[in-house]
Design a protein around this ligand. Structure first.
Ligand SMILES: [Zn+2]
Length: 221
């Protein structure tokens, strides 16, 4: 009886707090949650197996989930609806998956940067936010400056055009190379489709003799 009463009051308190803070699920907007995702939307995230789904030039590519359901909506909210908070559950998904594949190494997190005008237009770089949250969870440092985007690339949905589209659009920031020692590069991204963006960055890193790299994306199409 006592326990039931406690649960009853805990529920009332939670409902009250939700009312004050207006905590709503980022995906379905329901109020039945004290977190950024409600239980139903969290359950909709299905993790992939902890094996590399492809290898490119000896570099393994891992993806936590498929680009569908809650994940698709979260990425969309972050990129197009200015819901910066969506970076938090997305980083958590990346972290949860990463724990299943992790080998004990020192890592430095990097991510494909946006073209500066693109970030200016959105007001933020969504991958910057995800990398920052992921860094808090892993305690790995992020290097925000190692890769620069020097050319605007239109989003391309046809896989065969992607590689051509992305060529020469990134550059290594030479000054930052001294900050990479024996760490393995953990190259993260939100979605991978053809892998062209990540492959281009790998190519540039290898040109600078950086060969210890793993790629990790939240979702793959
Ligand atoms: Zn929900």
């Amino acid at each position: 009886m006592f326990l039931e009463l406690r649960i009853f009051f805990a529920n009332i308190l939670q409902a009250f707090l939700n009312l004050i803070y207006n905590q709503k699920c980022l995906v379905c907007s329901c109020s039945k949650t004290d977190d950024l995702l409600c239980k139903t939307c969290s359950k909709d995230i299905h993790y992939l197996s902890s094996f590399a789904h492809r290898i490119f030039d000896n570099i393994p590519f891992y993806s936590a989930t498929l680009y569908e359901g809650s994940i698709k909506k979260l990425i969309h909210k972050l990129k197009f609806n200015h819901r910066k908070k969506a970076a938090i559950p997305l980083a958590k998904v990346l972290f949860k998956y990463f724990q299943s594949i992790k080998e004990k190494k020192d890592y430095i997190i990097i991510y494909p940067p946006s073209y500066f005008l693109k970030s200016a237009q959105r007001g933020y770089n969504h991958m910057f936010l995800i990398a920052k949250e992921f860094s808090k969870l892993t305690n790995f440092k992020v290097n925000h400056k190692l890769i620069k985007k020097i050319k605007y690339t239109k989003p391309q949905y046809k896989a065969k055009n992607r590689h051509k589209n992305i060529q020469n659009s990134f550059k290594i920031n030479e000054k930052e190379l001294k900050n990479i020692n024996n760490e393995t590069i953990l190259l993260i991204d939100d979605i991978t489709t053809s892998g062209a963006t990540l492959e281009e960055i790998i190519r540039l890193l290898k040109e600078k003799n950086i060969n210890n790299i793993i790629c990790l994306t939240i979702a793959k199409t």
